[in-house]
Ligand binder design. Structure first.
Ligand SMILES: [Zn+2]
Ligand SMILES: [Zn+2]
Length: 333
């Protein structure tokens, strides 16, 4: 079967061959239908800081959907031939954080497609507890977006007090920022999605269809008026101006992963009593809300994804790196 891995050369992928995986007890074999390219796949391919652990031979891809071909446990027999998606963050279920339901910060966390073979492939094996049936109302190509949508749900739910008409600024119109804004707008917040001039054509221009207002960051400055800032850009300049935009008593949630160290003048946050929250990944409970949002917005969301056959993954990665597409999704023909 054909699979996609990173290459020795930073920024390049490899399209190579592997055997169809053999199942161990408790594993399920999935014939992959769709697999989205995530920012972390790109970080891995670019050999970015913090992604050194991704091995060259590991098949990439953690955002995927497909059909169950084979199971090993009698209790999973009902899943054969069913369409499924996969929870990407493989938690241990035994550590103190898992036991309190906070599996995204599991002490022994492994991510499929980064720590071991994932879904940029024709077939993939997955431990049974992470395989979930797709709601029949959700098209299989959009089910590949369950994980990024669940990550956005997790980020928005870090603010348990989000009220209708509150002013929300989301910085960074990548897919997580886009979805974080969409969910906030769905909860009737007044959402500004900000990015650069160069983000307008492929990203910001799509915001209005989902009830968000696009904002060009270097043209329009906000000061002390935002209730909640979701920082999804990963840029230190954006975080600094974002902090200025937040009102007294507002909140900041950091969702992006930062590739560099930065300096911040924290007195401004202290004087405004603004808590600095962080959000990482998602918990199983977040998928439920993610599914509702994907079903609800399925028509406009079809314009957010760009489909590429698996064997054209080089083009899909290049377009993703150039930010020519909002979300590239590979599929098996
Ligand atoms: Zn992802
Ligand atoms: Zn754990």
């Amino acid at each position: 079967m054909k699979v996609i891995t990173k290459s020795q050369l930073p920024g390049q992928i490899k399209i190579t061959e592997k055997e169809i995986p053999q199942l161990n007890k408790g594993e399920i074999l999935i014939e992959v239908s769709h697999c989205a390219i995530c920012g972390s796949d790109i970080h891995a391919v670019k050999h970015a800081k913090g992604y050194e652990f991704v091995r060259e031979e590991t098949t990439l891809g953690h955002e995927f959907s497909g059909k169950v071909i084979k199971v090993t446990d009698e209790q999973d027999q009902h899943l054969v031939n069913k369409n499924v998606y996969v929870e990407s963050m493989h938690y241990c279920g035994k550590c103190e954080n898992c036991l309190s339901g906070r599996t995204s910060i599991c002490m022994n966390l492994q991510v499929i497609g980064l720590h071991y073979d994932g879904g940029m492939s024709e077939f993939v094996k997955v431990p049974r507890q992470f395989v979930k049936e797709i709601n029949p109302a959700l098209p299989i190509e959009l089910a590949a977006l369950m994980e990024p949508m669940a990550i956005a749900v997790h980020a928005v739910n870090r603010i348990d007090t989000l009220q209708p008409n509150q002013k929300v600024l989301v910085q960074g119109p990548g897919i997580i920022g886009f979805f974080t804004g969409l969910i906030s707008a769905h909860k009737q917040a007044d959402v500004l999605l900000s990015g650069l001039d160069s983000d307008y054509e492929h990203r910001l221009s799509k915001a209005t269809k989902f009830g968000m207002k696009p904002l060009i960051a270097n043209k329009e400055k906000l000061e002390g008026e935002v209730d909640v800032l979701f920082e999804c850009s990963g840029s230190s300049a954006a975080l600094k101006s974002g902090i200025t935009s937040v009102k007294k008593g507002g909140k900041v949630v950091l969702v992006a992963l930062y590739e560099e160290e930065m300096s911040l003048f924290l007195t401004e946050l202290v004087r405004k009593e603004v808590p600095l929250l962080t959000s990482y990944g998602c918990d199983p409970v977040d998928y439920k809300e993610a599914e509702e949002i994907l079903v609800h917005y399925q028509e406009p969301l079809k314009e957010v994804i760009s489909l590429f056959p698996l064997l054209t993954a080089r083009e899909a990665f290049a377009k993703s790196m150039e930010q020519d597409v909002l979300k590239a999704v590979l599929f098996n023909e």
